[in-house]
Structure formats: C-alpha cells, structure tokens
Ligand binder design. Structure first.
Ligand SMILES: Cc1cc2nc3c(=O)[nH]c(=O)nc-3n(C[C@H](O)[C@H](O)[C@H](O)COP(=O)(O)OP(=O)(O)OC[C@H]3O[C@@H](n4cnc5c(N)ncnc54)[C@H](O)[C@@H]3O)c2cc1C
Length: 284
C-alpha cells in the first residue's frame, strides 16, 4: 500500500515543470529566436502539430508557446520559435546554449491532420503564426501523396521579419505552393506587397475540396475567414488557432476562457463554425 502511494507521488502531474536544456539557438528576426531543447533528465516527448507547451526561464513566469519542430522526429529536440514581446518571452529568448528552461506539456487540441486526407489544404499564416503551422506543414509534406493541392499563403510586416526563409524557398519542391507577401518593403523586394487576404483572393480554391488552417493576429484571421467564406469554403472546414492569456494550460484556472470554452483545453485549434457565434460578441 505504502509502495503504491509512493509510486503515485513519483509520477509528475501536468502542473510539474521539467527542466530542459537549450541545445541550440538561432536568431530568426530582430526579436524572434528558435530554440532547440533537450530534456535534462533524458527521454523525449511526442506531440501533435498545433500543440503548445508552457515554457519558462525560471523566475520570469510561464507562457504558452507552440511547438514549431517536426512531429515526425519524436526523438529529436523540442523546438520553439519565440518572439520577445514582454518579460517572460524576452527571458526565454535571452537563454544561452546550455541554460535550463522549464517545460510543461504538450497541451491543447492539435490541427486536424487526419481529417485532411484527400483534401486540398490551404495554410494561411501571419507573422509569428507560421511557427504553430510549421509542424502541420511538415506533416502534410511527409504524407504528400495523401492530399490534393497544398498551398501556403504567408504575410509578414517586412521581408526581414519573415520566418524560415530557406524553408519558404525549399518547400515548393516538396509539393506545396508558397506565396509570400509583406506589408511594406524596399525596392530590393520583388515579391507581393499587401495584406495576406489579397493572396486568398488570387488563390485558386475549389471550395468543396478545401480545408484551411489559419494562424496569425486575430484581425488577420477574421479577414482571412471572410475571404475564404466569399470563396465558398465552409465554416466547418476552416480551422484557426486562437491565442488567449493562459496560466495553467490544462483547463483548471479559467484565464483563457472564450465563451463556454477554455482555449488551453478545448483549443487552441477550433473550427470557425464553433468560434463564429462567440466572436460575434464584442470583446469576448
Ligand atoms: C496557444 C498559444 C500559442 C502561442 N505560441 C507562441 C509561439 O509559438 N511563439 C510566440 O512567440 N508566442 C506564442 N504565443 C504568445 C505568447 O504566449 C505571448 O507572447 C506571451 O504569453 C507574452 O508573455 P510575456 O510575459 O513575454 O509578455 P507580456 O508582458 O505578458 O505581454 C506583452 C504583450 O503581449 C501581449 N500578450 C501577452 N500574452 C498574450 C497572448 N497569450 N496572446 C496574445 N498576446 C499576448 C500582451 O497583451 C502585451 O501586449 C502563444 C500563445 C498561445 C495562447
């Protein structure tokens, strides 16, 4: 009996952070870094595209950060792409190789990758929103033969703020069309200029066959949904990843409540058909 009780207390619950060591660090943009982590105590975690962890540089608060690595490489490092916007994210971005961070998770409802078999998939990302979508793109490309047309529309503020530029160049060879646009650029930029929703209007969408995955600022997602709806894509086939202020990550504290739902537990990925009634309420 005592042994059983001891064994139970040995299992760390989802609120217990584990120490992970920064194995490598890459600067993506002026304020964004990609960190590869390995568990200080060995092992690995598996995750599904779209899930997040609660990440912390000890003593500065925990924040939800999506996993941006390859879900097909279960024994590989845990990868996060983090934009320094405040105390916690700045401290994470300041961590050096060899430093320890704390990790809880993975948590949250992932992108519905199984449901995308046989479908055309349109991925629409804004800014740092490409990070939560990168595992979904890698998963789609790993099973390329299972899908129809794949396309990525990506919008950033300026060319220097685009994430993963070498992958954006290389992905078309692996079977996904990539169109990139920026809000503003100098004369050396030869690509599109304008908001990402303009690219939606140009995309050749077969609405009955298309599922869309969206992540970016909420206003960008609202306009993108409107453009997709005009193109005839059904609300149940549009999937969006929502951001809300989170603390526990497991549906206990209620900080991330959105209508009747908790984003950490029931999201962050939702069908637009679920969200639409709640987001129609001002400032919900
Ligand atoms: C499910 C999920 C996945 C996320 N994935 C990533 C990711 O992959 N990479 C990344 O860089 N960031 C991601 N974020 C956002 C990240 O959690 C926030 O930037 C972070 O919590 C800010 O904490 P801070 O202490 O650094 O800044 P704070 O001082 O708390 O805030 C700085 C600014 O950011 C705003 N902010 C704070 N928290 C959030 C939030 N949750 N959503 C939107 N704005 C917020 C504040 O209003 C303020 O303007 C994700 C958020 C969620 C909910």
């Amino acid at each position: 009996m005592a042994a059983a009780a001891e064994a139970l207390t040995d299992v760390p619950g989802p609120m217990v952070p584990a120490p992970w060591t920064v194995r490598s660090k890459r600067r993506d943009t002026a304020d964004t870094w990609t960190l590869e982590l390995e568990p200080a105590a060995g092992g690995a975690i598996s995750f599904e595209p779209g899930q997040f962890t609660m990440l912390s540089a000890f003593g500065t608060g925990e924040v939800p950060i999506s996993i941006s690595g390859d879900p097909g490489s279960a024994s590989g490092p845990l990868v996060h792409t983090v934009r320094a916007v405040g105390l916690a994210t700045q401290a994470i971005c300041d961590a050096d190789v060899g430093d320890r961070l704390s990790v809880r998770g993975p948590f949250g409802r992932p992108w519905p990758t199984a449901e995308l078999a046989g479908r055309d998939v349109l991925v629409v990302a804004g800014g740092i929103g490409l990070a939560p979508l990168r595992p979904a793109i890698l998963s789609l490309l790993a099973g390329r033969e299972r899908h129809g047309r794949l396309a990525l529309l990506y919008g950033g503020r300026e060319p220097e703020q685009l994430l993963y530029p070498s992958e954006l160049q290389g992905w078309p060879e692996l079977g996904i069309d990539v169109a990139v646009t920026v809000d503003s650029a100098g004369p050396e930029w030869l690509g599109h200029v304008g908001v990402v929703t303009r690219l939606v209007a140009r995309a050749e969408i077969d609405p009955a066959r298309t599922s869309a995955l969206l992540c970016g600022p909420e206003v960008m997602m609202r306009f993108t949904v409107a453009a997709l709806t005009r193109a005839g894509v059904a609300a149940q086939d549009i999937h969006v990843s929502m951001e809300r202020n989170m603390q526990c990550g497991i549906g206990h504290c209620g900080h991330c409540q959105l209508g009747p739902s908790l984003v950490c537990r029931d999201g962050p990925v939702y069908r637009w058909s679920e969200l639409e009634p709640w987001l129609a309420i001002r400032e919900l």
